[in-house]
Design a protein around this ligand. Structure first.
Ligand code: PLP
Length: 372
């Protein structure tokens, strides 16, 4: 048994980048030598590679995942007075992007045991004003996109996937981002594919959506440098694109290592009375997060922290109860599943450099807590 003093980080970007340090340095040197720092050839090359990877016709690099959602919503025509349906237990950015359009976020509860958007609730929340549904592929597992499309398409509602936690995920043979009208990714450093800074991407097969996002990300400027709409400043940086292009070919192997770590957790935690993640049939989970459910959360987190094992909560407050979204008028008790999950979930360390030994150490502590 290893000494208990070695800490286990929640994510470990230093080790991950250490594996490809040379490649990253070469990419950096290439960009410094090119002098192209916003958009340009490096961004175009990465967009092409990312589109091929996602299985879409277009990919448009933007400044952040939040901007990807905002600009995709705008490109789908979302405006004040419109409603956009999304899940209650997502990162705040999903709802912020809807508010940036002046539209109303309509939240729906999530379902057991996947913690993903309850699609019956989403269907029931549709009104005359619903313009878009934003399914969130939370933790790295996709929502049932066949069902989302069948709910939306017959009513003329667009579908924009929040795939910010799901780079490389697949469900029913459809890639994350390729199952709706547009898909949005974040390259925040800790995501499955992360920049060494911020970045985001919109993918789509729709040439109109692609054209509009391309305009909006760069001050509404077209190829003739005419400003055809009032836009935003949200360009992917050449340096980040070059670094991301270096990392993209490793994504599949890194996701495999995340799955191996998840399988090790599944085995090591099997005898302990805690709730483990559920993978639905036909779904390839990419484990951006490995989230378990426990009753005595503070005791569990305290015992893990005492051994130098970092944990986190995604998310401690369901969005309908966050002060920032009080204006939406939701009340305590409105989304019982999301509320209960928020009080019980813990995200355990999860990253491609997590070793079986680390997983066993985590499991040993959880077992000790469970058996007093
Ligand atoms: C990370 C994330 C975002 C936002 O991405 P940023 O790059 O931080 O703007 C949006 N939605 C979800 C579900 C995320 O996890």
């Amino acid at each position: 048994m290893r000494t208990a003093s070695r800490s286990i980080p929640f994510v470990d970007l230093v080790s991950l980048h250490g594996e490809i340090r040379e490649e990253l340095t070469q990419a950096f040197d290439r960009v410094v030598g090119s002098g192209a720092f916003t958009l340009g050839a490096e961004v175009e090359a990465f967009e092409a590679a990312f589109a091929a990877n996602a299985g879409t016709t277009y990919a448009i690099g933007v400044g952040t995942g939040t901007d990807a959602l905002h600009l995709a919503l705008r490109a789908c025509g979302v405006e004040p007075g419109d409603e956009v349906i999304t899940a209650d237990n997502t990162f705040a950015a999903t709802v912020e992007a809807i508010l940036m359009c002046g539209a109303r976020p309509v939240l729906v509860d999530v379902e057991e045991p996947t913690h993903l958007m309850d699609l019956d609730a989403a269907e029931a929340a549709i009104t005359e004003r619903t313009r878009v549904i934003v399914p969130v592929h939370l933790y790295g597992q996709m929502v049932d996109m066949r069902r989302v499309r069948s709910i939306a398409q017959s009513r003329g509602i667009k579908v924009i996937e929040d795939a910010c936690q799901a780079h490389g995920a697949v469900r029913d043979c459809v890639n994350a981002g390729a199952g709706g009208d547009a898909g949005c990714f974040s390259f925040y450093p800790g995501k499955n594919l992360g920049a060494l800074g911020d970045g985001g991407m919109v993918v789509t097969d729709d040439s109109e959506i692609a054209r509009k996002v391309r305009l909006l990300r760069n001050h509404g400027e077209d190829a003739q440098r005419l400003h055809v709409v009032p836009g935003y400043c949200s360009r992917l940086h050449g340096l980040q694109a070059a670094l991301l292009a270096t990392k993209l070919p490793h994504l599949e192997a890194w996701n495999r290592r995340r799955r191996a770590a998840a399988a090790a957790y599944d085995r090591a935690l099997a005898g302990i009375p805690i709730g483990l993640p559920t993978v639905v049939r036909g779904s390839t989970h990419v484990y951006h997060l490995y989230v378990v459910r426990v009753k005595e959360r503070e005791a569990v987190r305290g015992a893990l922290a005492a051994r130098g094992i970092q944990t986190a909560i995604h998310y401690a407050t369901p969005l309908h109860l966050e002060p920032a979204f009080e204006q939406l008028g939701y009340r305590l008790g409105e989304f019982p599943v999301a509320e209960q999950l928020a009080s019980q979930i813990v995200s355990l360390p999860m990253h491609p450099c997590l070793e079986t030994e680390d997983v066993e150490d985590v499991a040993r502590v959880l077992e000790e807590v469970a058996h007093g």
